[in-house]
Design a protein around this ligand. Structure first.
Ligand code: ZN
Length: 91
């Protein structure tokens, strides 16, 4: 959303790190996928074809990871529910 350049005081970048930087606003990112997602959301109107393809790949990978997390969270909730139910039934 912001277009003014950001310096590293806004982020906790280690001195020996070589982060990927956004070419539009200079914000540092640990991984290329995070940079692709940032550029897709915050600088969508300035992206070329390869950047759009990188954003779509990163978006799909992130959606897959989010779905796996939702399934794991649901499974943990179900297990916790039955553990509490059995504890209540036996005690
Ligand atoms: Zn940016």
């Amino acid at each position: 959303m912001t277009t003014e350049p950001l310096d590293d005081t806004a982020f906790d970048v280690p001195e020996d790190a070589a982060p990927s930087r956004c070419p539009e606003c200079g914000r540092p990112f640990v991984r290329e996928e995070l940079l692709a997602l940032h550029r897709g959301y915050d600088h969508a109107d300035t992206l070329g074809e390869t950047a759009i393809a990188a954003f779509e790949d990163a978006y799909e990978a992130e959606s897959d990871r989010l779905n796996v997390f939702r399934l794991k969270a649901l499974l943990a909730l179900i297990v916790l529910y039955f553990l509490l139910l059995m504890t209540y039934a036996l005690v």
